[in-house]
Design a protein around this ligand. Structure first.
Ligand SMILES: Nc1nc2c(ncn2[C@@H]2O[C@H](COP(=O)(O)OP(=O)(O)OP(=O)(O)O)[C@@H](O)[C@H]2O)c(=O)[nH]1
Ligand SMILES: [Mg+2]
Length: 449
């Protein structure tokens, strides 16, 4: 962190850059409240305000005293607030011109605009959060579905940190036992080595369970791609709209209504889904444009996690067996309100009445989670590749330690492996950090670029 100055007073707009009723501008750094003084007109001396208190004030241009906005100023000191250093928040009116003027005022007072992730980096540096919590901030902000949001919140509240800390305690205990033996014995495992093997296994199981939760976490954070495909007029666009609960795609009794694909986000049983409505297949397409649409449908199907093949119960033609044999395919027979029939391997649906939609959602959820261990949203899961890598590193090292014990190898080899596991766990929570790790998490700004 050569050129990155943690002494600077920094500021940033904490809310979105968009017109709104209120916007919040945040600032942090030792001396930031004193620095703001020339731009504040208040009944109080803002330097003497108690921490965690909010005050109505006037913000003025420090150069000419002209009004900028009426604001509510909230101050933080003594380790309170997000970053754990002296800080304040300005709640101002949310018009873009107002926000621009407030930011300009701070800039004129010598505040530096914060870089992405910089407030969270400071929170980490001041011990307000460990790295798993810092990563959870970003994951929570980006959560797309309710389940992913709850899972990220769980990590932000420290559930992951506590679990890792518990396992680390076990590993530390093992380390001290090995160290004692190393001090008193002659490098070989003596018959009287009292090593808690079951504790070692417990630690490995705990780490592997967390590591394996990655796929679940990824599914609930990144979501899945689902393509609606099938013959023209089967009701793909109708189903697309039904998923979105809005009339997004054009629906008509005419074949070939959808020419190009449309995509939209929705959630299915808490899983974020990017859903694609595509051009229906027809033997005799009427134009080059439609043919191009059909080509695009096929290429989308190639990259989908699930293809919902929609057939028309009232105008049924045998589907392409290649599509149906694809393990990603869920076959659906629509318009069963018109012609009610059973077809092996097909879910019965009527988009018009909604009958069968729940069964379809269950099938999607089942297909996406079939290889995963999913319990409920209170489950402790990770979605972060860095965390997964460190968990893998730690559990592999402990497994090697276990193998070394089994093989009766010298204790210093066991000790080395346990040390490696401790390092990986330390990196995971941020007890041990390097510029590389901080750069990976907080962005390139912190390593002198
Ligand atoms: N009775 C009945 N009609 C339906 C149902 N689903 C869709 N339709 C009707 O079927 C017609 C075709 O629906 P679309 O959703 O446009 O079909 P599509 O598969 O998108 O068609 P293309 O875009 O041409 O490929 C429309 O008139 C819909 O109102 C259903 O479950 N029951
Ligand atoms: Mg359509």
């Amino acid at each position: 962190m050569d050129s990155y100055n943690t002494e600077d007073v920094i500021y940033a707009l904490a809310t979105a850059w968009a017109k709104s009723a209120i916007a919040v501008v945040r600032a942090s750094g030792t001396g930031c409240i004193e620095r703001l003084c020339p731009a504040v007109r208040s009944r109080h001396d803002i330097r003497k305000l108690a921490s965690n208190t909010a005050h109505y004030c006037n913000l003025v241009d420090p150069a000419d005293g002209k009004p900028v906005d009426d604001i509510v100023l909230t101050v933080y000191r003594d380790g309170h607030g997000y970053t754990g250093e002296e800080a304040f928040e300005i709640s101002c009116h949310g018009g873009l011109q107002v926000v621009r003027a407030v930011l300009g005022t701070l800039s004129a007072l010598g505040f530096r605009q914060a870089l992405p992730g910089e407030f969270t980096l400071r929170a980490f540096l001041h011990g307000k959060m460990d790295l798993t919590r810092a990563e959870a901030v970003d994951e929570l902000v980006k959560a797309q579905g309710r389940t992913g949001q709850i899972m990220a919140l769980n990590r932000l509240n420290g559930a992951l940190f506590r679990q890792i800390d518990k396992i680390k305690d076990i590993v530390l205990d093992m380390m001290s036992i090995v160290e004692v033996q190393l001090d008193y014995s002659d490098d070989e495992i003596g018959e009287n080595l009292d090593f808690p093997r079951e504790r070692l296994d417990e630690a490995v199981r705990g780490l592997e369970k967390l590591r394996d939760s990655y796929s679940t976490g990824r599914l609930f954070s990144q979501g899945a791609r689902i393509v609606l495909a099938g013959p023209s007029n089967a009701g793909k666009s109708s189903l697309f709209n039904y998923f979105l609960k809005e009339e997004r795609a054009i629906v008509s009794p005419q074949k070939g209504t959808t020419r190009d694909f449309i995509e939209a986000m929705c959630t299915v049983r808490g899983i974020p889904v990017r859903l694609y409505d595509t051009a229906g297949f027809r033997e005799l397409s009427e134009s080059e444009i439609e043919e191009e649409g059909i080509r695009r449908s096929r290429s989308l199907m190639d990259s989908a996690d699930i293809v919902i093949y929609l057939a028309d119960s009232s105008d049924f033609t045998d589907p392409d067996p290649k599509v149906l044999s694809d393990p990603r395919c869920i076959a659906v027979l629509n318009k069963t309100d018109l012609v009610d029939r059973e077809l092996e391997g097909f879910i019965k649906l009527s988009v018009t009445t909604g009958q069968g939609f729940d069964v379809l959602c269950d099938a999607i959820y089942g297909r996406l989670t079939s290889d995963l261990e999913v319990s409920d949203d209170s489950a402790l899961v990770i979605e972060n590749t860095r965390q997964k890598e460190n968990l893998e590193r730690a559990s592999s090292a402990l497994r090697r330690a276990s193998d070394a014990l089994d093989a009766g190898l010298p204790l210093d080899i066991v000790s080395m492996e346990i040390q490696e596991a401790l390092e990986a766990l330390g990196e995971l929570t941020g007890e041990v950090t390097t510029d590389d790790i901080l750069e990976r998490i907080f962005g390139s700004f912190c390593v002198g670029k």
